[in-house]
Design a protein around this ligand. Structure first.
Ligand code: CAA
Length: 258
């Protein structure tokens, strides 16, 4: 169900969730994040949705957490409300793939949100950064943990410690971004990428997402074992038989998600 803070449009199994708050910088207010989490949970539960595109405005994917809401917060409020953690953890629980289409600013929580997605496509105008240090705060939605995994320690330290942001081209060279495309094509490109995923067997796609994410949370040995178990489990799928039969019979597979 669309809210005034975001829109949702589904086409060919791909839902495009667009952050569109009154402020085109899309500050991540509690209301916006709650609406986003609800939209993602709906998409995850909807059998008609096979992949998600997440985007913002032409000016910003999102310019970070709502700094103005931090003014009255003390330590006890932040700790007891599990401020930031409370709603953001829900994003990484989404099991269907999420492709981010980033235009303009992806700063602070906006950069962190992009990194929670599975694939990041950037418009030429995209700017990624963790400027929290300039506000006297530590990144709070994964910046110090996901950024080094994405771009390596040295660049992550540079960005987090100085607040320096990087361009789309720099982000692509560093591995944060998969592709850079012109601004007016990035949402369409993300839809095409999500559409290419959506044509495959959903249980296989979900298993691959789980396995790749596991690589960030386990030793190589544990990760390889996890992958091997999923690989073996795949032999129980009709879609695995269908995919292999289609290859040997030189035809396109017809997957049924079973
Ligand atoms: N939170 C709340 N309001 C914000 C905001 C944010 N993150 N970013 C911008 N705004 C507001 C501004 O306060 C301003 O509001 P008013 O008109 O009421 O003064 C309005 O949006 C327009 O902003 P600017 O005039 O600054 O727009 P600009 O085009 O000149 O600059 C910008 C754009 C470079 C993105 C600049 O707004 C900026 O630096 N924003 C803050 C970025 C930031 O520090 N993000 C990190 C937030 S902390 C965080 O995210 C913690 C975490 O890890 C989860």
């Amino acid at each position: 169900m669309p809210t005034s803070l975001l829109t949702e449009e589904t086409e060919n199994g791909v839902v495009v969730i667009r952050l569109s708050s009154d402020n085109p910088l899309n500050p991540l207010t509690d209301e916006l994040v709650d609406a986003l989490v609800s939209a993602l949970e709906r998409a995850d539960a909807d059998p008609g949705v096979r992949a998600v595109v997440l985007t913002g405005s032409a000016k910003a994917f999102a310019a970070g957490a709502d700094v103005k809401a931090m003014v009255p917060l003390g330590y006890c409020d932040a700790f007891q409300q599990d401020y930031i953690g409370r709603n953001w953890d829900a994003v990484r629980k989404v099991r269907k793939p999420i492709v981010a289409a980033v235009r303009g600013y992806a700063l602070g929580g906006g950069c962190e949100l992009a990194m929670m997605c599975d694939i990041v496509l950037a418009a030429e105008s995209a700017v990624f950064g963790q400027p929290e240090v300039a506000l006297g705060i530590v990144p709070g939605a994964g910046g110090t943990q996901r950024l080094p995994r994405a771009v390596g320690k040295s660049l992550a330290m540079l960005m987090c410690l100085t607040g320096k942001s990087i361009t789309a081209a720099e982000a692509q060279r560093a591995g944060l971004v998969a592709e850079v495309v012109p601004d007016d094509e990035v949402v369409r490109a993300a839809q095409q990428t999500a559409g290419a995923i959506a044509r495959h067997s959903l249980p296989v796609v979900m298993a691959i997402k789980e396995a790749v994410n596991r690589s960030f949370e386990s030793s190589l040995n544990e990760g390889l074992l996890f992958e091997r178990r999923l690989f073996h489990a795949g032999f129980a799928l009709h879609d695995q038989k269908e995919g292999i039969a289609a290859f040997t019979e030189r035809r396109s597979p017809s997957f049924t998600d079973r």
